[in-house]
Design a protein around this ligand. Sequence first.
Ligand code: ADP
Ligand code: MG
Length: 729
Amino acid sequence: MGNIRFKAVETAISMKPKIVTPPSGKISDYFGELTFNEVAMKEYLTEEAFKKVMDAINKGGKIDRNIADQVASSLKAWAMSKGATHYTHWFHPLTGSTAEKHDAFLTPTDGGKAIENFYGSELIQQEPDASSFPSGGIRNTFEARGYTAWDPTSPAFLLNNTLCIPTIFVSYTGEALDYKTPLLKALNFIDEASVNVCQYFEKDVTRVNATLGWEQEYFLVDTSLYFARPDLVLTGRTVFGHASAKDQQLSDHYFGSIAERVMEFMKDFEIESHRLGIPLKLRHNEVAPNQFECAPVFEETNLSVDHNQLLMHIMQKVAKNHNLTVLFHEKPYAKVNGSGKHNNWSLMTNTGINLLSPGKTTKSNLRFLTFLINILKAVDTYGDLLRASTATAGNDLRLGAGEAPPAIISVFIGSHLSKILDNIENKLKTGKINANLKAELDLNISKIPEILLDNTDRNRTSPFAFTGDKFEFRTVGASDTCSNAMTVLNLIVADQLTKFKQEVDSLMAKKVRKDEAIFTILKKYITESKKIRFEGNSYSQDWIKEAEKRGLFNLQSTPEALKVFLRQEIIDLYQRNHILTKRELIARYDIKLENYTKKQQIESRVIGDLAKNHIIPKAIRYQNLLIENVTGLKEVLDAKNYNKLSKNELQTIKDISEHVSKIKVNVDLMIDNRKKANKLDTSEKKAQVYHDKVLPYFDIIRYHVDKLELLVDDELWTLPKYRELLFIR
Ligand code: ADP
Ligand code: MG
């Protein structure tokens, strides 16, 4: 039997780019043609229904049964005109991916015929009886089903001739079973809190949208090579593999010209994405070989989160046509860069103002500083919660690995803004603001350049960086949904803005003038949140020490980070703002922990199996060849020559034995510890023991396997090597 690795390499190399012919015309001709967007709604809906739906989208208005029936029937007509036969509610269960259950529009009629129907009731609500999704104990079988409910703020779209309707997923007892429900609540909250604060500055602001523009990093691997690596198939990452002699050290991949096969894949998934209204704009090679990035134009956050989930699905689907597989794992390969999903975030008013963009006037700059400083204060208070929102087994391998921000949350704002904040703080040291001081402060803030964008010094190492007119939250992992991070970020900022308003109002009630009240509270926040500001290199060892001195959290593992959700002040934060109840929060905590444990369990099994079934047998086979050879030498050589010439081979034979026995011993120990962990009675204990007692063996075993990879004859080695996985496409 041939070596499976060589066959895979051969197939991969012989792959020709599959040339994609784009639809004729400009992108703008087909952009959004598969979504029931405003244009389609205008065409298909009655004026009344259109008004009601737009009202629901823009102001959260309710849609009654009669209107829902009209919308459903128009949706059906629109979808069928484009070939749809089925519909599905499309939701985000707590597995982190998306779910769908398709129903045909079909209704049988008399005489063995059928017609297509779709009613308002089917649009608004469905009972998918999706009882196998994790619920963290919320849905005991006796309290039965969960149901999905239409989210009109994210337009319906067509996928594989199926009309997909974005929905939330909740239990009959009203508890959230998905990631969208708390996100929508947090987005409402930031809207309300920001509008209230905006009222100090602009009376005509009545709505504020949080905006999100993600940057999606990913690796591509040829599918034949992928299937020859059981670890990639089962865990999404390589658990073994010696570094390639050359990988990213020459930085020759970063922003390099895109290989033709990859380019055709990119074009292909961009076309599909554009047809679905996902505004992809940017593509480039990333730092590691075979690593890439794409990013859209930013959108309202809920829509942008949906679009990211949809994009990941489209990419996997389209990749198949090119015999490529997309790896979204945060760290598919050791020793080269991992993949993140930077979340660019800002706040946009209905009057078209970006609240994180400095303006032309003193007033608009005070508004800008108000939001900026409140964000600093929010991140200072809840940095550990932000970190926890990104905690997954995969991301643990990426954070702090020298190419991604550490697990410590800090904020970078650039030297210009730092100076302005220091200045406000120093000037207000004495407390009282008189007319002179006020004039001085005004002058000071009027100096903020309108376009900070080009003036901001870029700090690439900060987990939470101000980049001119938005913040970039870089801790989020590439495979994760943006919902968790976006729920937390919008929640903590909204909560902070609410407190700010209360504090300013209470000063104003004591007859302090508005501007003075605002400055006074901002000065207090600048002082209180100082420890979260860091302008230096977040990748450095010095920062880890410094952060510890400052009392910042460094939550390096998922079990440790998730504990934040159990803290009383965090439960209070979620409850007082009606985002999640304590029960919902604890359910999520349990699900995340269980997910962590299961992933580690799978990895541990894969490591054990591969080591025993692939690595050790090959090593021993090669060792036998060497032994045969040495025995042969003994027969043909005289003793003196034999002793001299067999030395190296005897050493290799010994080395192989050494590594094989180390692998065997450590795999057995790992399995013992795994068994002990599995017997523990709480998800908390299990996850912790997996982390403390099982995980450490992964690296030990890997070390010996990777050494064997260097020793064993290349012809015998069956797992595709890094030099193949990273360079062949
Ligand atoms: P980078 O230098 O980090 O690559 P870019 O300027 O290219 O930054 O933008 C990266 C992302 O930031 C894009 O996805 C873009 O949509 C997003 N972005 C730009 N402005 C905003 C904003 N106001 N709100 C949210 N995201 C934004
Ligand atoms: Mg970026």
